[in-house]
Design a protein. Structure first.
Length: 300
């Protein structure tokens, strides 16, 4: 489904069957001793090769369709020999139809990263038998990236990949590390996939489809009509909050879309600016100073 829709973007000849990701991996190791940093060069290369070489789905991807994404690790602590703690920021993008613009589909920081790694370690992935924390975490975010991407092309098109996330979370319940368990953290991996699969919060995924497929992808035909679809989608956020006041989905949306929204409405009519500002300011009062730019004559 994704390939059939997004193929409209590309006009050159394409090779079908490539892997799904065009991933870049980085490690920030400035917080640990210099003598411990060298091994992360090898880890970076191995993990990036693993992510890009693995076949994650049965879908057909053209080379140009591979999902552009980054996995940015920050290592903050060596807890014992070959054991590390830190954070991970995952970002992903997809092209908007008939444009050179890339829209962000995921921009998420996970502060509970803990894993073991020994120099020269090989990475393999068996979705039914996970025994490596680093592979479990990265596989979870691969499937979250794919779910966000597919959901932007087809309504609930990311269901199979959210179920993969759910399966990984279930298998990792015996992990001693944080991030996998219910009620441990309202924004952890368990909370995110549970929210995305929650029928009461299904409006978020409807919004996600309407925002991208009916809004951004339609702007090449009419900027005003495409923007109107984005505007009409935003009130769904209030319904999601009503279903769960502590949902992580509101944070996921604003982290991915704040800067984009400022630009979308930079040339909107005054009445539309005010409507969108009111909708978002009610949901994100801590972002008021940035959201004020929507009401202003803002251009980047």
């Amino acid at each position: 489904m994704r390939m059939c829709i997004s193929a409209l973007i590309f006009t050159s000849s394409i090779a079908i069957g490539a892997q799904e990701l065009d991933a870049t991996v980085s490690f920030n190791t400035q917080q640990i001793e210099a003598s411990q940093r060298e091994r992360f060069n090898t880890l970076q290369e191995s993990l990036q090769e693993f992510l890009n070489g693995q076949q994650w789905t049965s879908a057909q991807f053209a080379t140009q369709e591979r999902v552009q994404c980054t996995f940015s690790f920050t290592i903050s602590e060596i807890t014992s020999a070959d054991n590390y703690k830190g954070s991970l920021t995952v970002q992903a993008r997809r092209p908007v139809f008939y444009s050179n613009y890339q829209t962000t589909t995921l921009n998420w920081k996970d502060d509970n990263i803990a894993f073991s790694y020994t120099a020269g370690q090989n990475f393999t992935f068996n979705e039914f038998s996970l025994d490596n924390e680093l592979i479990a975490v990265t596989a979870y975010y691969v499937y979250l990236i794919l779910a966000s991407d597919f959901d932007s092309f087809a309504l609930k098109g990311g269901d199979p990949y959210l179920r993969k996330c759910e399966s990984i979370v279930s298998q990792m319940q015996s992990s001693e590390n944080q991030g996998w368990k219910a009620f441990e953290d309202k924004k952890n991996r368990h909370a995110v996939v549970t929210a995305l699969l929650d029928d009461a919060q299904a409006g978020f995924r409807t919004l996600w489809y309407n925002y991208h497929r009916l809004g951004l992808d339609a702007m090449y035909q009419s900027m005003d009509k495409g923007r109107a679809q984005v505007t009409q989608s935003l009130p769904q956020l209030a319904e999601v909050r009503k279903a769960n006041a502590q949902t992580p989905l509101l944070s996921m949306f604003i982290a991915a879309k704040l800067d984009e929204l400022l630009n979308i409405y930079s040339e909107a009519p005054k009445s539309e600016k005010q409507e969108v500002f009111k909708t978002l300011q009610d949901l994100y009062p801590t972002y008021t100073s940035k959201l004020n730019k929507i009401k202003e004559e803002y251009k980047e």
